[in-house]
Each structure stands twice: as structure tokens, then as C-alpha cells.
Design a protein. Structure first.
Length: 373
């Protein structure tokens, strides 16, 4: 593409509001269906172009109520973009250089995965939208080919979490694909991503509550993944689901950065609230000291590694349920919190039933061992 033409296209793309796109005007411009733009080398035009394609696909994904509604009028557009992405994903590459384009954090570390994440989001949203439009084998081919852009020993979630909307929407899209019996690569397993997300925010229910306030994908994210978690609690061998491991995240979380502290004095106690960065996400942890005791021992909160992933997830959502009840009772809830409260109550019942079954099984096994000896 010649320089003059590239500047013209970049100018056209810059006028598209990627935070709140007008789907009609984007379609009328025909820019999304220009195959030559998909094949450009890594440059400002291509970066901006993929951010526009991504916002268009996410908007369609939201319009479909995250896969619950067929988009008959847009089916041909989805099919066209899906086909182009399927062709391009086999050969496209992203540099390690900082190339300006809109829609990302200014201080974001530049590497091939961070630079490719908008394109990967396009692929995965297009795949979810293509369910019931394209053959399952074609969707599986796109998913498999997309993983070539995820380097070994890199953390996909860290790249996704640069934008909350993208991260939650991708997670729901991948879950939709699995629910439709689409075979997904190991790097794109939805439940693993769900556990990874909660691990990365240190199981802080306030972060989830903030998402529910601000991100459209947050409600289906919570409701749909908790339904899967409830089903897994009923599995006799549920331990197979609760494992989580991500070396880059574990290593990063060892390097916690302190960014702010605040002291609160009440009665005989002094509470120090320290705001930390776990990766790029702020988490507040309180430490309480006695004013009476001469010797004060800092009681560090119980290490999250001492609890299973599911125990921490359940505790997170129990705290979320409490917050939602307070919002409902105060009349300040900005959305209908009853489905959230209801699904967490179902999860609690499933956990109690599962624990009862496990206790009975353990008791029988102990009794059997006693009889044998």
C-alpha cells in the first residue's frame, strides 16, 4: 500500500469510535471487507484496523446477547470476516516494536503477544459468532491456527487483561464454543481461563463487582461460568478440575508492588490497609494491630496457595453475594443483582452437598480399612 493511500485509510479508521461504534456506518464504509488491509505488514494502519474489526465483532457479540440470539441480517458479514481471518491467521506475524495505534494502555509492555492480542480477539469472537453458520471443522481450524501467535511460557491472560471488556468477552466466547461441542486447543480452555482470571485478581470480589458495574460481558461471565462450576462440584472426581498453574503469573505475583497505604483507628485496634499491585491489578489487604499489646506480630493473611482454587473462588463469590445483597437492600444496585445472588446460593448448596458426599465416602473408606485390620 502506498504511503498516501495508507494515510487516507488511517484517517478513515481514526474517525471510527471503537468505544461505541455505529455498526451501520462501519458496514457502509466497507473498510472491514478490504482483504488488502488484513495482509499489511505490522504498521499503524494494520494495528488500528484490527482494533476497529475487534470492536465491530464485540458489538455483534453483544447484540447476539453473547451467543443466545441468531444474527440473521449480519450472518453474511460474519461469514466474510471469518473467512478472511481463517486465511490470514496462518501467516500473519507481529513485531516486538512499539507501533502506535489507538485503544491500548500507553505503558503496555511491547512484545509479540501483546501486539497480537487484538487480532487474536478478532479470531475468537468471529469463531463464536460463526457457530451455526460455519462447519465445526472450519472453526476448529481457526482456533488451532491462532495458537501459533501465543509464544511458549507466555501468559495469554496478562495480555487479555490489558482491557477488561476484551478479557471477559473472550472468556464468554470460548465458553460458548465449548458449549457448542467445538474442540478448543489446550491454551484456550474456557474454565482454565476463568480460574486464571480469578487467580490474577487475587480472588478479590471487589474487582468482579466493578466489572459487573462497568462491563456488559461481566454478567454472562459470572452466570455461565458459575453454572459450570456447580456441575463440577457434583462430579465425584472434581479435584481434576480445580488445579491451576501458570508459571509466569506465579512468578509475577511473587513480585508484589506496594502502591498506597492507609491507617484506620477504632477502639483498641489499628488497621493498616495496604493497596498492592498483583501484576497490573490493584488489590487491598488489611492488617490489624492491637494498641494494647506491647509486642505486635504482623499476621499475614493465609496464603492463597494453602487453599484449593475452588475454595478461593467460592469464597470470592460468597463475598460478591454479600455485596450484591447490600446493594439491593440499599436500592443502589445499578443492575438486577438477583440472578447473581441466586447463582451463588446454588453454588453454596452444591458445595455443601458435595462435601457431605465426600465426608460419607471418606467415612466408609476409613471403616473399611478398620475392618480389614
Amino acid at each position: 500500500m502506498e504511503e498516501v493511500e495508507a494515510l487516507r485509510v488511517l484517517n478513515e479508521l481514526s474517525h471510527i469510535n471503537i468505544d461505541n461504534p455505529d455498526l451501520t456506518s462501519v458496514l457502509e464504509s466497507k473498510v472491514l471487507f478490504d482483504r488488502s488491509l488484513y495482509s499489511l505488514p505490522d504498521c499503524p494502519v494494520r494495528r488500528r484496523f484490527f482494533s476497529v474489526v475487534e470492536c465491530f465483532l464485540i458489538s455483534l457479540w453483544q447484540k447476539s446477547f453473547f451467543g443466545c440470539k441468531c444474527l440473521d441480517e449480519e450472518a453474511q458479514h460474519i461469514l466474510t470476516i471469518f473467512g478472511v481471518l481463517k486465511d490470514v491467521v496462518q501467516e500473519i506475524n507481529f513485531s516486538t516494536e512499539t507501533v502506535w495505534f489507538g485503544g491500548e494502555q500507553a505503558g503496555l509492555e511491547t512484545n509479540p503477544l501483546n501486539n497480537a492480542v487484538a487480532f487474536l480477539s478478532c479470531c475468537w469472537h468471529a469463531a463464536a459468532l460463526a457457530v451455526n453458520i460455519c462447519d465445526a471443522s472450519e472453526i476448529q481450524d481457526l482456533l488451532k491456527a491462532s495458537t501459533r501467535l501465543i509464544p511458549q511460557r507466555s501468559c495469554l491472560l496478562t495480555a487479555l487483561l490489558t482491557q477488561d471488556e476484551r478479557c471477559l468477552s473472550v472468556a464468554v466466547a470460548l465458553l460458548r464454543l465449548e458449549a457448542s461441542k467445538i474442540d478448543t486447543p489446550p491454551q484456550l480452555k474456557a474454565m482454565w481461563l476463568f480460574r486464571h482470571i480469578l487467580f490474577s485478581i487475587a480472588y478479590d470480589h471487589q474487582v468482579v463487582l466493578d466489572w459487573l458495574h462497568s462491563e456488559l460481558a461481566a454478567v454472562p461471565f459470572v452466570l455461565r461460568f458459575l453454572k459450570i462450576l456447580i456441575k463440577q462440584q457434583k462430579d465425584v472426581d472434581r479435584q481434576q478440575y480445580s488445579g491451576f498453574s501458570c508459571s509466569p503469573c506465579c512468578e509475577r505475583n511473587k513480585k508484589i508492588r506496594f502502591v498506597r497505604s492507609k491507617t484506620v483507628s477504632s477502639g483498641n485496634d489499628l488497621t493498616l490497609r495496604i493497596r498492592q499491585l498483583h501484576g497490573d491489578l490493584p488489590v487491598t489487604i488489611p492488617y490489624t494491630f492491637s494498641k494494647i499489646e506491647r509486642e505486635v506480630c504482623l499476621m499475614v493473611p493465609k496464603s492463597s496457595e494453602e487453599e484449593s482454587g475452588d475454595q478461593q473462588i467460592i469464597k470470592c463469590f460468597e463475598n460478591l453475594r454479600t455485596s450484591c445483597i447490600r446493594l439491593r437492600n440499599s436500592g443502589d444496585a445499578p443492575f438486577n443483582v438477583m440472578p447473581i445472588i441466586g447463582i451463588v446460593e446454588q453454588l453454596k448448596r452444591a458445595v455443601m452437598e458435595s462435601d457431605t458426599v465426600s465426608a460419607c465416602k471418606s467415612s466408609r473408606e476409613n471403616q473399611l480399612e478398620t475392618n480389614m485390620t
